[in-house]
Design a protein around this ligand. Structure first.
Ligand code: ADP
Ligand code: MG
Length: 494
């Protein structure tokens, strides 16, 4: 259990959180029309007659969108409803020409499922926890209004209008901002593994409605508010924090929480009331008469199942048991599908049994490569070093051609030039030397130049040993094998 509590004047308060995530489905075309669903086109370039709601146009469900949603449901261990139906949710909004959104209220495509969030002691999550999923349904997105381009006019871009969304509704099972953050990270990871959503919150392809209430431990649930369209994990966590504190202040001040829709303002780090909460009946939902119920065949469901990749939790466990990775490494690498793909290629390229190289390769990936990518502001799919080059570098370390220090030097050159490590070693003479004759000669020179220190060392000042190692390595431009230097120095100094 999480121990996150808000300290109020009247005692400790527990926070209850449920998230409704809108995830844009990866597909070429929109949910009910053939217009392109690509992000970033010229305004209104991707609008078909259906999206513009011209009279007489009829929607046709896009099978690819349904396939993506079914696979996502399966990845969430959820029950798939082979029979589901589309409903109209009626409201006026200038960026949805139909005057209603086609959604699924009464018979969603996907029923109950679950997501397991991982322990994270720093965040106060002491053990793995299962967060219930209530449902997943498919619906249309709306377009975009722009109010700030002209003093007296507003513009509408309908490119997004009709694009397919999955709405994934959690149970009110989260109890801290950290748990909500972990839930969103795990959900995004699963969506990216399945390939059903790119999870890009900056571009709006994943956004969350944040439901928050507070209660004293043991009480029944309090009244919740819903903060709409929060578009980063950090903002979701900040929304919960500020909204829960606001609710505690209101209640302790003698007030009452009203169920309403709020907006998060990141500049002021606070939520503001937008409108009082509407209920389902306000929208006059009814089955869309233009669409037949969606009936999925056994074959279709079996094909969806067969297309599912190995998912992050299973992969993480396999990395631990089969590849012998430390839990931490396994979790970090499997959290992102691209990283896992890169790592698996790296291991194959080493040509060694995984048990032998897995741990070293994972350490190198997490510390050296991640460090470099961070510095360069790149992600793993834009890595300037390929898995094959990484494997070659690891091979040069394993066979003693490169010491740790030299390997770091070679890696820096790889990042800058993209040249293979073997070639860099040849061209720049960066090979590690274990030539005892050459090393002994340098040691003799270092000792001669520092006769006073040799005296002190022999008089018992052991700490000076590091100084001699440093001097010898420096004189050999970092190329001496550190193990050999250590052994020879001990002998020479004693
Ligand atoms: P609605 O249909 O009015 O949107 P739902 O029952 O579908 O309401 O719940 C919407 C979201 O609100 C879900 O994610 C659910 O987990 C969450 N939720 C429900 N009750 C509470 C509560 N008391 N506190 C926090 N979240 C809640
Ligand atoms: Mg809802």
């Amino acid at each position: 259990m999480s121990s996150y509590r808000i300290q109020g004047a009247t005692g400790e308060w527990e926070v209850v959180i449920g998230l409704e995530v809108h995830a844009q489905i990866v597909s070429k075309a929109k949910l009910f029309s053939g217009a392109s669903a690509t992000f970033g086109a010229e305004p209104n370039a991707n609008v078909s007659l259906i999206d513009a709601a011209m009279p007489g146009m009829l929607p046709v469900p896009n099978q690819e969108c349904i396939r993506q949603a079914v696979k996502t449901g399966m990845a969430l261990n959820a029950e798939i409803n082979a029979w589901s139906r589309f409903d109209r949710k009626n409201y006026f909004y200038a960026d949805l020409p139909q005057g209603y959104q086609i959604s699924q209220l009464y018979h969603p495509l996907v029923g109950e499922g679950a997501i397991t969030i991982d322990p994270d002691e720093k965040a106060g999550i002491v053990e793995a926890k299962t967060i219930g999923i209530e449902r997943l349904h498919v619906e249309q997105d709306a377009g975009k209004l722009m109010h700030d381009q002209h003093p007296t006019s507003s513009y509408v871009d309908l490119n997004r209008s009709g694009v397919a969304l999955m709405e994934i509704v959690s149970r009110p099972d989260m109890r801290s901002p950290a748990e909500a953050g972990a839930y969103l990270r795990k959900l995004r990871s699963i969506l990216r593994y399945v390939g059903s959503c790119d999870g890009n919150m900056e571009e709006g392809s994943m956004r969350a409605d944040v439901n928050v209430s507070v209660r004293k431990a043991g009480d029944s649930f309090g009244t919740r508010t819903e903060t709409k369209n929060v578009n980063s994990i950090r903002f979701v966590m900040a929304t919960i924090e500020s909204e829960a504190n606001r609710q505690v202040d209101v209640i302790e001040g003698g007030g009452r929480i009203v169920q309403e829709t709020r907006l998060y303002d990141p500049d002021r780090n606070e939520t503001r009331s937008m409108r009082s909460k509407e209920d389902a009946h306000d929208y006059r939902y009814f089955p869309d008469p233009d669409l037949l119920p969606l009936e999925l065949t056994e074959d279709f469901l079996a094909a969806c199942k067969a297309e599912l990749p190995e998912l992050p939790d299973a992969k993480c466990r396999r990395y631990e048991s089969e590849l012998g990775l430390p839990v931490y490494n396994a979790a970090v690498i499997t959290a992102d599908v691209e990283t896992a793909r890169w790592f698996e290629e790296l291991v194959v390229e080493t040509g060694k049994p995984v048990g032998e190289v897995g741990r070293t390769a994972s350490n190198w990936l997490i510390s050296d490569l991640f460090g470099a990518l961070n510095r360069l502001g790149k992600t793993i799919d834009g890595s300037p070093v390929s898995p094959r080059q990484g494997a070659e570098l690891l091979g040069l370390i394993a066979d003693g051609t490169l010491s740790g220090t030299l390997a770091k030097q070679v890696f820096e050159i790889m990042l800058e030039t993209g040249i293979d490590p073997g070639k860099i070693v040849e061209e720049r003479g960066l090979r590690q030397t274990s030539d005892t004759g050459a090393i002994e000669q340098v040691i003799a020179e270092v000792m001669a130049a520092n006769a006073d220190k040799v005296e002190e060392y022999r008089g018992g000042k052991d700490k000076l040993f590091g100084f001699f190692v440093g001097q010898t390595m420096k004189a050999m431009a970092g190329k001496a094998n550190p193990g050999v230097v250590n052994d020879l120095l001990k002998k020479a100094l004693s």
